[in-house]
Write a protein that binds this ligand. Sequence first.
Ligand SMILES: Nc1nc2c(ncn2[C@@H]2O[C@H](COP(=O)(O)OP(=O)(O)OP(=O)(O)O)[C@@H](O)[C@H]2O)c(=O)[nH]1
Ligand SMILES: [Mg+2]
Ligand SMILES: [Zn+2]
Length: 306
Amino acid sequence: MFRGVVIKSTGSWYKVKLADGTQVNARTRGKLRTAGSRNTNPVTVGDHVDLDFVGEDHVITGVDERTNYIIRKSTNLSKQTHIIAANLDLAILVTALKEPKIKFGFVDRFLVTAAAYGIPAMIIFNKCDLLTDRELEYLEELREAYLKIGYPSLAISTTEEIGLKEVMTEINGKITLFSGHSGVGKSSLLNALNPAIKAKVTDISESNEKGQHTTTFAEMHEVNDNTYIIDTPGLKSFGLIDIEPEELKDFFPEMVQRSEACRFSNCQHLNEPGCAVKPAYDEGELPWFRYENYCYFHDELKEMRP
Ligand SMILES: Nc1nc2c(ncn2[C@@H]2O[C@H](COP(=O)(O)OP(=O)(O)OP(=O)(O)O)[C@@H](O)[C@H]2O)c(=O)[nH]1
Ligand SMILES: [Mg+2]
Ligand SMILES: [Zn+2]
């Protein structure tokens, strides 16, 4: 038996890094014990696995229990789920303010999901070289708003090599997930952090014409000895999953912080009397767009309930 870590998953085969550092292609065979049953993929990037040699092939025979994992619905309407990656130390949402334009709903869906699965999250605003002074000021306000609700962020430019040291400081010694829309520069940033990686990058105008993502499968890359980044294909949407509407509030850190002052211990911060959370948004102490997203997600989760 061999031991290894899954570093790439295409759905039909897996690239596994064995304990001695060599990389092999492996398949799964038979029934694997897995955490969830509705998932489209029983084995995911970051999984620690057992392998056997069957004939000429490496076969994954078992998957270790995951310390954590992050799941999304394949599409917003789909019932099928997809495990993006497992055993993460940090989840980074890479976005740009423009080219492509930021979608706050998407950002907050990602942050809620990371919180629900207990994974520390942060935001990287890439492509700052494209911003005017006014836009840069706006970005600073935005970063302050996110910091206030519990999410650190970095403003960087991969092409101008601004802020790369700060990114390195955040990810050093960790296994980090890069997620975000197509074209925000996830693979470019990966290459900038370690030019030997040479992940495929496409000019945004080309990729728009084809309507395709440049990165097609999640893959774990070694940035240095104990620092890994999992680069993922760009996402169009991010469906929430496995969250009850009543517990959604627990995944908004700014709500958790203030909810002790609510009259009712199970306050949903919607229209309850004596709520201490909603007024903080009403009065501009907390960013209003977060509350809008909360209400929107709450409705969505209620509608999904069987
Ligand atoms: N102006 C500017 N362009 C950038 C920056 N970072 C990346 N790009 C460009 O953005 C485009 C898309 O970059 P990719 O790294 O392929 O984006 P991705 O997020 O990996 O996209 P998918 O793999 O499709 O999810 C390329 O043309 C990059 O050169 C940046 O900091 N500034
Ligand atoms: Mg990419
Ligand atoms: Zn409340």
